[in-house]
Design a protein. Sequence first.
Length: 282
Amino acid sequence: MPKKIGLALGGGGAKGLAHIGVIRELERENISISYIAGTSMGALVGGVYAATKDLSKLEEIFMNLTKDDVFPISKIIRKREGLFRDHSIIEHIEELMRGINIEQCVIPFRAITTDVQNGDQVILDRGSIVEAIRASVALPIAFKPIEIGGRLLMDGGFVNPVPADVCQAMGADVVIAVDVSSKWPKVYDDPHPIHGIYMMLAGALATIEYQIAKRILEKADVVLRPNVLSFGWHSFTESKEIIRAGGVELRAHLLEICAKGGYPEPVKTPFEKFMEFLFPLE
């Protein structure tokens, strides 16, 4: 009998688009996801899927992004709490899921955030899912923190970069953790000084995440690490390749997931075997 599977989706900027490929392959194999917990980009992808069970519109949004969409610079920085305005990604998410609360999600969902004032982990399990996502992706200095329930909240990567333990606490029998950022990030030379500041902040967060993730990932039954090291935190224009990397990694661990999740071993048709021979997993 299939077990309850929890999906812990980590942060990592554009590299988190690999989560889409992971979920696509789980759908393809009819492997049911019972719980989702996400941090930063993992909260964004996981939240959309938990609420709608449809990633096609989200995929379309990312396929059409430009760099200016991702980093819309604040015109009057001194009057704001962040270098950037809400990027258009969040604006699109708001259009997609306006009025939906976390309690209404088709799949139980949790968004991980950090309390700005005391550094505590804050797990959002109710209220506006858009606000929860906005808080979980709010990298400090780059984006303003979000006030929810009287607390100022920012990017959850500082406290729990890949929330495998949260999935476990939600009731998952088997936790699949998708780690896209616990390695040193690719560094870019960016002519815009503010973009450069963002990349330094992202690099600092990646260092913190690496140390924390090593401990938390011990709670996971299966750990996926898509091959996204060559991509940067702002490589949204390469979304197709990043999404594919997630799918490739899932298929490489499919037998392990089926065995631990109580699913029968997938049976491949002769055509599928032939195609895998022609196009082996990278």
